[in-house]
Design a protein around this ligand. Sequence first.
Ligand SMILES: [Zn+2]
Length: 502
Amino acid sequence: MVLTFGVYVGTSTVTGLLEAGLSTVVELKKLDSEFLVAGEDRICESISWELRNVSSCDWFCWWTLLISDKTPSTSMSLNGSSPLLLKNSDSVLFGFASLSTDKFETFETFDTFEKSAAMSIIGALACQKDSYLRSLATKVVSCNQQGNRYQVELEDTVLFPEGGGQPSDTGRILVGEQSLDVESVIRSGLKALHIVDKPLELGTTVNLNVNWEKRFDHMQQHTGQHLLSAILDKRDLPTLGWNMGEMINYVELPRKLTDSEKVEVANEVNSKITANLPITVEVPPDREVDSVKGVMRIIHIGDLDANACCGTHLKSAGQIKGIVLLNQVSGKGSNSRLNFIAGDRIFRYTESSHEILRSLSSSTSVQAEQLVDKVNALVVSSKKLQSRESALLKELATRTAEELKQTLSEGKTVVFHRPDVGLDFLNQMFKELKDSPGTVVLLSGEGKDGGAAIVFGENTTEVSAKLKELLTGLKGGGKGKFQGKVASYGKGELEKVKQQWT
Ligand SMILES: [Zn+2]
């Protein structure tokens, strides 16, 4: 029986090992009598190990043991939750547990055993072994403050950290009467760190609950993507990337699908859902531990597809419920993004889309089927009206300017205000009046909505300075021509301006 074990080891332990020299550790191979493997009826025949520095501060120790078992009937208990302790004649170096066990055991003090962080790692977290597990009793291993938040490491977790295109879970940590929201779970090397707003004491036993509604939705989208990508793969359309959105997801493909291809793919995907293909997770016995991805896992959808993935998946295709292919959007180069939604989101999307249609139908007084024609006609009509309005306003501005011109003379300042026009109107007036004598103040808008202001002519600097005093919401500048924006007109301010230059 070959058992493979892994354990995170702290930098201090590694330093101690290295100081002792690698040969000291290699000699452990000879110390069979010193191995205690869940009782004394089993002998470790050989051991090989590898120490990897997976990041600048994290070390991972990976062990493979060949175990001979004198009592085969109980040999499988090794594969259970029994802790395995390894010690040499001086002190226990490591405590660690099988990655294939259902739960990790913490180690009791054993002689001079120094407690090491025997942790579940990415790829072998409780939520990855059983994606339907909603709660877990576990212990706090570390808690570090980062700004006004705390990063809590637990012995194991039912909260999936971000990865494989799947966003992080949220949930709650319960400690006695206290309840802490887990805002997100992030990865640090092969560890999962729970982000909370209060500190937790090391060694505390906590109950961890996942936000199941959100997680199940993620599982539907994620497993849906596996199935969709598997069907697209068969058509030589490899998935180059994918994204899970708040409502709409996409797979990035090397090209756009034709309309008929899209229909065929949708039919095929949904027929596999109806066929309720089983979805299983395989952890190969000779599994590798990737320094970034952790324990490698293969996700099988019946005989249709096998893909390495760290995410949480449904156990059967039927639970995806359905997949709807939406529009396609151009991606990088000739790539195309195929939008889709899966699972119960389809119901929510249908309900909200129906509400939008119903509301538009009501405000335009046509049936939903006629909405496209109606809205297109409204857009054309609105463009025509805008163009006519702008021509008429231009004409009105020119005429208004001509009237104002009659009142202008050297040394005089004239104020013009119209509430229902914009800056375009004022600028048209400026064009007509810029060479006239005197100084002109043009204002638009009214009340809290504010408006625009232009000042030009002989005394632009003095008049605009005074105008700024009178209109507290006015900001702007410019030499020769002052142009500004009035955030809002205070009570009585417009009247004061008019009185100033009558
Ligand atoms: Zn996956």
